[in-house]
Design a protein around this ligand. Structure first.
Ligand SMILES: NC(=O)c1ccc[n+]([C@@H]2O[C@H](COP(=O)([O-])OP(=O)(O)OC[C@H]3O[C@@H](n4cnc5c(N)ncnc54)[C@H](O)[C@@H]3O)[C@@H](O)[C@H]2O)c1
Length: 82
C-alpha cells in the first residue's frame, strides 16, 4: 500500500515508518519537524515537510495514498512530553 504517516519524524511515528517500510509499503511522511527530526525518517520513505493544518503540501502528499496513519501531537502536548 501507499501510506501517508503524519508525524513520521517523531518518536512513535518514525518507528511505525520503519515497520511499514520493512513490510514492503511505500511510505510518505508529512511532518512539520516541530518536535521531530529529519534524520529519524527512514531513507526509504519520502519526507514532505509541512503541517497537516496548512494547505500545501497536501495535494502532493495525497497523490496515490491508499491508507493513512497519524502519529502527530499538538505542539503543547509534544513539548509537555519532552
Ligand atoms: N511517546 C510515548 O511514549 C507515547 C505513548 C503513548 C501515546 N503517545 C502519543 O502519541 C503521539 C505521538 O507521540 P510521540 O512521542 O511520537 O511525539 P513526537 O513529538 O516525538 O512526535 C510527534 C511528531 O508530530 C510532528 N507534528 C506535530 N504537529 C504536526 C503538524 N501539525 N503537522 C505535521 N507534523 C506535526 C512533530 O514534528 C513530531 O515529529 C502523541 O499524541 C503522544 O501523546 C506517546
Amino acid at each position: 500500500m501507499r501510506i501517508l504517516v503524519t508525524g513520521g519524524a517523531g518518536y512513535i511515528g518514525s518507528v511505525s515508518v520503519e515497520a511499514l517500510v520493512a513490510a514492503g509499503h511505500e511510505v510518505t511522511v508529512l511532518d512539520d519537524l516541530s518536535t521531530g527530526y529529519r534524520g529519524a525518517v527512514s531513507p526509504s520513505a519520502r519526507l514532505e515537510v509541512g503541517s497537516y493544518g496548512t494547505r500545501p503540501p497536501w495535494p502532493r502528499c495525497w497523490s496515490g495514498i491508499t491508507s493513512t496513519q497519524s502519529s502527530t501531537a499538538p505542539p503543547s502536548r509534544s513539548s509537555a512530553s519532552r
